[in-house]
Design a protein around this ligand. Structure first.
Ligand SMILES: O=C(O)C(=O)C[C@]1(C(=O)O)C=C[C@@H](O)C=C1
Length: 283
């Protein structure tokens, strides 16, 4: 009995040592992030880099082994990354979801850890908070063109600081994830190497053009994707396309598209994009 007790005490001492090491490593990681922050301040741009965050999780979940659940590895690193983003530049999360507010709240909490989450009654209010938040507000909204309200036409602005989609949630997704959503932020997302982009194509009232023809026009310009929703806005029609790969505002393919089809296509507005999520098994 007392031998067993000794074994148990030894094992718990071992756990304490491991916990100390984990915590020391967290402190060390925090120091390195402060050095990264100094670099980034010199180069301009904000603290949050969704494409880098995606690749950290892809790499760690890819190398994971043993009975500790990979989905929890994802949650732990999300907490670490969110906390270390706050150490560089504090931010709040503007959340809006009409139909599944609790599920979307979970998405926001799981992705942004202990961040403050403010709930907005309408998507317009959430987007305004992001646009007017001086880089200190990001949003979580339902997937554009999902079952929730139609809010994506609000992304059809053109100023450089406009809110855009920068990530898709949950990033490390298990089969039990009840909803998906997106992160909206006032900066252009970078490319992670495995991405999709949202592109809003504006056509004029008088121009009758089918989604199929539009999809072909885009493909001819090198933009491969599909139209996932279309909405009337005043005299115009807005079409939301999901495109393979990352897309920047100044992508030459957009110039080609407008040069070849300027009569039919009035505007091509990049509404952001996301690193493609990865699948993980639940417990
Ligand atoms: O690599 C960076 O740019 C960091 O700021 C570090 C870090 C991280 O914790 O690893 C934190 C925030 C960024 O969104 C991405 C990654």
């Amino acid at each position: 009995m007392s031998e067993q007790k000794n074994d148990l005490d030894d094992l718990r001492r071992e756990i304490d040592e491991i916990d100390d090491r984990l915590q020391d490593l967290l402190i060390l990681r925090t120091d390195v992030v402060q050095r990264i922050a100094a670099f980034k301040r010199g180069a301009g741009g904000g603290a949050m880099r969704p494409e880098r965050e995606a690749n950290i999780l892809r790499r760690l979940i890819g190398r994971h082994r043993g009975p500790f659940p990979a989905v929890v590895v994802g949650r732990i690193w999300r907490e670490i990354i969110a906390a270390l983003t706050h150490t560089q530049a504090p931010f709040a999360v503007a959340l809006h979801s009409l139909h599944r507010p609790l599920d979307h709240f979970d998405l926001a909490r799981n992705h942004f850890g202990a961040s403050r989450i403010d709930i907005y009654d309408t998507p317009g209010q959430a987007l305004r908070a992001i646009a007017e938040g001086a880089g200190q507000v990001v949003g979580v909204l339902p997937l554009p063109a999902g079952d929730d309200e139609v809010w994506w036409p609000l992304l059809a602005a053109t100023d450089a600081a406009r809110p855009r989609i920068v990530a898709r949630l949950p990033f490390a997704r298990d089969a039990q994830a009840p909803v998906e959503g997106v992160v909206v932020a006032p900066f252009e997302p970078g490319a992670s190497g495995d991405d999709a982009a949202y592109l809003i194509i504006v056509t004029g009232d008088g121009t009758e053009i089918s989604r199929g023809r539009l999809t072909d026009r885009l493909a001819a310009a090198g933009l491969i994707g599909q139209c996932i929703d279309s909405r009337q806005r005043g005299g115009d029609v807005l079409h939301l396309f999901e495109i393979d790969g990352a897309l920047e505002d100044h992508d030459p393919r957009l110039k080609t598209l407008l040069a070849n089809h300027g009569e039919e296509i009035l505007q091509a507005i990049v509404a952001g994009g996301y690193a493609r999520p990865i699948e993980v098994r639940h417990y």
